[in-house]
Design a protein around this ligand. Structure first.
Ligand code: PCA
Length: 216
């Protein structure tokens, strides 16, 4: 069966913040089309108990060919697609339900890590070519974003028709005004994610002509 859908997820604000750019981008893209393929945007709760069940329900309902989960990484300078999801939860702050699990697996007995199945170097190259800062990230952390990334890759490991991955976004200008940090306007984030999705749809083999990976 040819799957004709893209799923884009974001997270509700967390850690006492009132904004999360990933939620704004997911909402903005909901109902749009990328190269003719309909996009479903979904905002996930920022809770260890709730995020993965919500994602899994959307995977079952939409059967997407492409999934890009988004989250905020305050302090990062641009778009940072993630290369590796770890089977680790080690929360430095409580989630939105007050839970703060330490040193737990995402999936007991699951493999230590999964790689993204998205062409992240091609996405980074295209974003830079369009004028936005972007780099490959080698760590999605050990909070809810990494949990969702790992759970997504685990859920899609046998779905041959579904490619999936995670990208962190920087702060919005409103957040930078409150506490200085690198930021991008929402319109740029929406355009950048549209560009990244178009590249992911069109690119089967990643661009291995350069090395790019940062741990922070
Ligand atoms: N960022 C957090 C969780 C939700 C979000 O947007 C993270 O990086 O884990």
């Amino acid at each position: 069966m040819t799957r004709r859908a893209i799923l884009v997820t974001g997270f509700e604000p967390f850690g006492g913040d009132t904004l999360n750019p990933s939620a704004e981008v997911a909402r903005a893209l909901d109902g749009q089309r990328i190269d003719g393929v309909p996009v479903h945007g979904l905002v996930l709760p920022c809770t260890f108990a709730g995020a993965l069940p919500a994602l899994q329900a959307a995977l079952a309902a939409r059967r997407p060919q492409l999934v890009l989960a988004l989250g905020l990484a305050a302090g990062r300078e641009g778009f940072t697609p993630e290369r590796v999801a770890l089977n680790l939860i080690d929360a430095r702050i409580a989630d939105n339900a007050g839970a703060q699990p330490l040193d737990e697996p995402v999936v007991p007995a699951g493999p230590a890590a999964y790689f993204t199945t998205l062409p992240i170097k091609a996405m980074v190259a295209a974003l830079r070519a369009a004028g936005w800062p972007a780099s490959v990230s080698l760590s999605a952390g050990s909070f809810v974003c990494n949990q969702v990334f790992y759970g997504l890759q685990h859920a899609c490991r046998r779905r041959r028709g579904t490619r999936s991955g995670f990208m962190h976004l920087p702060c919005l200008p409103e957040q930078a005004a409150a506490a200085p940090c690198p930021s991008l306007p929402l319109a740029a984030m929406v355009q950048g994610v549209q560009r990244a999705l178009a590249v992911a749809l069109a690119t089967r083999d990643d661009d291995s002509s350069f090395s790019d990976g940062r741990l922070a």
